[in-house]
Design a protein around this ligand. Structure first.
Ligand SMILES: [Mn+2]
Length: 332
């Protein structure tokens, strides 16, 4: 990082809440404070120019973010601001009631923006200047409805192509594969003026992708609120990003030391049961897929009913199978 002129720390999906998520056995909000403090110390150590946060600061599902939750985050960010650490961010789906960006000021994140604790990124860049006159621009596209149907969210305008551009996004951006809902593949959006695209929303994250000399990053959620296979496998991390005046990029992944092991934060017995269930569903889905290739729809139904009747599979597996088969279109 030594030659880098501009340095940033990127992380995403904090999902701050004072309500302990189901199956967490530790104190969720205290665990997040420890992580945020570690990030603060890294920011001081590396003398960064700013924090880049890719959305979902708060965790809101149906209900609203409380004053207490907003106050907690303000307290932390005030300390960061006093140490000249600027926070640049976008709003995620959890930050916006009704996914309505126009109502951002009615949400917790709006209070942080209006009070000057954080800066909201949008299509108009926040600009930094290198000593050779070149520019580094920060852009962002907060969450909105049907985010991945509007690829504009991922695009930095060509008029900035002489500058170095970083774009923050909050969508289902994937290196490859598919997703059950709308999603965007990196190769669909590679032709745009963003030198670095930093994505939140997809909590597992992905290994950094460099395509056409452009960087696509998603370090994964800094928190682990929901229990699933992914959360048992990954350690929450941040990215340290350095850019020099020739636009050379350096990226260092830092796994947080304060991130506890999965069995310290989750009811591990439940984790094991859940994983076993997921594995069974996966292998069963594979089996069904292989076995049903030469059959018609009716056969599949009969086989499943038979398996249930003869206790080869349990009721929940049967129901899940029907659901999966409906999803993959066998019962169209
Ligand atoms: Mn999220």
């Amino acid at each position: 990082m030594n030659n880098s002129i501009f340095k940033f720390i990127a992380f995403t999906d904090l999902h701050y809440t004072t309500k302990n998520p189901e199956k967490r056995i530790d104190n969720y909000s205290e665990s997040l404070f420890l992580k945020l403090n570690e990030i603060y110390e890294l920011a001081i150590k590396y003398e960064i120019n700013g924090i880049l946060f890719a959305g979902d600061l708060f965790h809101r599902k149906g209900d609203i973010v409380t004053h207490e939750e907003v106050n907690d985050v303000i307290k932390i960010f005030s300390k960061w601001n006093s140490s000249n650490i600027n926070i640049y961010l976008i709003a995620g789906n959890h930050d916006l009631v009704g996914h309505n960006l126009n109502a951002i000021n009615d949400n917790g994140i709006g209070t942080l923006i209006i009070s000057g604790h954080v800066k909201l990124l949008n299509k108009e860049p926040i600009r930094f200047e290198f000593n050779n006159g070149k520019k580094l621009n920060l852009f962002g596209s907060s969450y909105s409805r049907n985010y991945d149907r509007n690829k504009e969210n991922y695009i930095v305008d060509d008029k900035y192509k002489e500058d170095f551009n970083i774009n923050l996004v909050h969508g289902i951006l994937l290196p490859k594969g598919t997703f059950f809902g709308d999603y965007t593949l990196i190769n669909e959006i590679v032709k745009n003026a963003a030198n670095i695209t930093i994505c939140g929303h997809y909590h597992p994250g992905f290994e950094q992708v460099i395509m056409n000399n452009k960087y696509f990053l998603n370090p994964g959620s800094i928190s682990r609120g929901v229990l699933n296979y992914d959360t048992t496998k990954r350690t929450p991390k941040i990215l340290l990003i350095g850019v020099d005046k020739s636009y050379n990029v350096k990226i260092k992944e830092v796994e947080l030391k304060t991130a506890k092991l999965c069995d310290e934060i989750f009811d591990i017995e439940f984790v094991n049961k859940q994983n076993k269930y997921d594995e069974e569903i996966k292998s069963f889905t594979e089996m069904i897929k292989n076995e049903t290739q030469s059959m018609d729809n009716n056969d599949v139904n009969i086989i499943l009913d038979d398996m249930l009747k003869n206790n080869i599979i349990e009721r929940n597996i049967y129901d899940k199978s029907i659901e999966i088969l409906e999803k993959v279109g066998v019962f169209k």
